[in-house]
Design a protein around this ligand. Sequence first.
Ligand code: C2G
Length: 134
Amino acid sequence: MKRVITYGTFDLLHYGHINLLRRAKALGDYLIVALSTDEFNWNEKQKICFFDFEKRKALLEAIRYVDLVIPETCWEQKVRDIKEYKVDTFVMGDDWEGKFDFLNEYCHVVYLERTPEISTTDIKRKLGEKNNAV
Ligand code: C2G
């Protein structure tokens, strides 16, 4: 069984995330998603999530490509995760290109093209504009 892992916040889940998860799953048989906790998001990424960890986890677990969701609580857990879950391939969108090359010592590292025209930031901005236009 080829195991794949990816990491992220996945808040305001959108089709860019689904594109990533679909292609990540296609690289193996079992896809693990390490989902950033609310604390990790705030402390390390200064992100306030619209949906809390449990809701984001439930959304991801409903996606056919996702086999397991684990918490991401720190930047440094990746090597441990790769060993613990016997991961063959680590996947991230190419906005992270090069940032995780050190993991090549433990597994294949693949950066997939990010879906260009969608982001949570854009969604929030456009929703704000629509509300103001009403
Ligand atoms: N993504 C994508 N296309 C988009 C938006 C996101 O392919 N339009 C990808 C990102 O490249 C990432 C994944 O979807 O691989 C999750 O995106 P985020 O939730 O924004 O993840 P991020 O906050 O970058 O956290 O330790 C790694 C971090 O936890 C990654």
